[in-house]
Design a protein around this ligand. Structure first.
Ligand code: GLN
Length: 291
């Protein structure tokens, strides 16, 4: 049997030739051999067990064919927790961790005391946002919706594995919330926001669910859907928090002014300096103490 070093080298070279991410062989061994980087480093001259090698080679083949490494592993880390993922859900993105982080700061800033707060995540996908918030902030009563029953299956599994109490509802955008007459203090969504004709990476376009990616001609279709009927599901004082595309600031500002003429709002940048998050302060003034 070849050693870890030999196997990893061989695949690193093949990936480098094709201009693909040459970290992937190590990442797959961390995962399949259940080793941390410092442990794998100490094992590099050991022989790879035959079963493990077969598993690794099968996974590498999928990766070479353009399948995302997160779907191959079946898990992605988000806000410090491992979430099960498959090709029925969008792979949780780093930028979305920043949305979760900013929502937590907003809760501290805008909602005094310890009364429970009702929060909904519309289009929850893997449940990454809803479940992370439920685990981080004990005041929250968390609801989450998705139009895809297959996505909700993944989200329910994640909630169960991570011990989160989230009420999941199947339905289109706000419909299940309106139907049940629910009203929220905090409304969250990372809707599909890529304009249909925008060029995006093949690994995303060919593998991730389009129902989670594309938001009509200008990418804002689902925001308009939400804005139009938001007042039906909001308490008098509420915060709305959205992820958005890096190039949507101007168009987004126009929509927000149109649908929420009375309300303050802010667009925050992500770590890469790109416009990424929209917060609307409904029925309450914006406080000027966060980034
Ligand atoms: N940020 C994702 C991407 O760039 C898109 C997510 C979304 O549309 N909500 O692939």
């Amino acid at each position: 049997m070849p050693t870890y070093r030999q196997v990893i080298r061989q695949y690193e070279n093949r990936l480098a030739e094709k201009d693909r991410d040459s970290n992937v062989p190590k990442v797959l061994f961390y995962h399949f051999a259940h080793k941390e980087p410092h442990q794998l480093y100490l094992m590099m001259d050991e022989e790879v067990d035959a079963d493990l090698l077969a598993q690794f080679e099968e996974a590498m083949d999928l990766y070479m064919q353009g399948y995302p490494v997160q779907y191959i592993k079946g898990v992605e880390t988000f806000f410090g927790r491992d979430f099960v993922v498959n090709d029925k859900v969008l792979i949780p993105r780093y930028e979305t961790e920043e949305l979760v982080e900013n929502i937590l700061y907003h809760i501290d800033d805008y909602f005094d005391g310890d009364q429970p707060l009702d929060l909904v995540d519309v289009g929850t996908g893997s449940g990454a946002i809803a479940i992370s918030l439920e685990r981080e902030e004990s005041r929250l009563r968390v609801y989450a919706t998705d139009i895809s029953e297959e996505a909700l299956e993944v989200a329910r599994e994640n909630a169960q594995r991570l011990g989160a109490e989230v009420t999941f509802m199947q339905g289109d955008m706000l419909a299940p919330l309106i139907e049940k007459g629910l009203k929220f203090d905090i409304f969250v969504s990372n809707p599909p926001y890529i304009p249909v004709n925008q060029e995006i990476e093949h690994v995303v376009k060919d593998n991730e669910p389009h129902v989670a990616l594309f938001g009509g001609q200008d990418g804002l279709y689902f925001y308009r859907q939400i804005f139009q009927s938001a007042s039906k599901v909001l308490k008098d004082r509420a915060i709305l928090a959205f992820e958005m595309g890096y190039d949507q600031r101007e168009a987004m500002e126009k929509e927000v002014r149109h649908y929420f003429p009375e309300d303050d709002f802010v667009i925050l940048k992500d770590m890469n300096g790109k416009d990424r998050m929209l917060f609307i302060y409904h029925g309450m003034p914006k406080i000027d103490n966060h980034k």
